[in-house]
Design a protein. Structure first.
Length: 143
């Protein structure tokens, strides 16, 4: 994660050398392992797992990270508790998240057809927007 923050700061400083904004918000993707499996989920997308058609399930995922940078020195502004309430609530959820749960019939065959699927694209946009809506207020508040 540290390399990502440093890389984000260097990249933002290159693009904004003449800028004078107080803060910069950088959104990056990351890889995460699906719990209980060896499946690595990178960035934003969909996956389909299971055996046969009876116990198969499909889900959307959005592995995005926010980094807030100080506009004067490009140092990261730490917001360790941003989205904490949402993360706790998700951990206590007894049912599947309706934003990530996907009807198997919406998962196209072959999997290479996923990027062109309008229904998946809209559901994925809604998922990313919800994830950002949960965290952005904490990042953008004034100290």
């Amino acid at each position: 994660m540290f390399r990502t923050i440093v890389a984000a700061a260097v990249l933002v400083s290159c693009f904004t050398a003449a800028g004078s904004d107080e803060r910069y918000l950088v959104v990056t993707r990351f890889k995460g392992q699906l719990p209980g499996t060896n499946l690595m989920l990178d960035g934003i997308g969909a996956y389909n797992r299971g055996l046969g058609t009876l116990i198969r399930h499909s889900h959307l995922f959005a592995n995005v990270s926010l980094t807030l940078l100080d506009g004067s020195n490009y140092e990261p502004i730490r917001r360790p508790f941003a989205g904490l309430g949402t993360r706790l609530a998700d951990g206590l959820r007894l049912t599947e998240d309706p934003l990530t749960k996907l009807d198997n019939s919406l998962f196209p065959e072959p999997a290479t057809a996923v990027p062109g699927n309008a229904a998946l694209r809209e559901r994925t946009r809604a998922l990313v927007a919800a994830r950002l809506d949960q965290t952005l207020p904490d990042y953008l508040k004034n100290d």
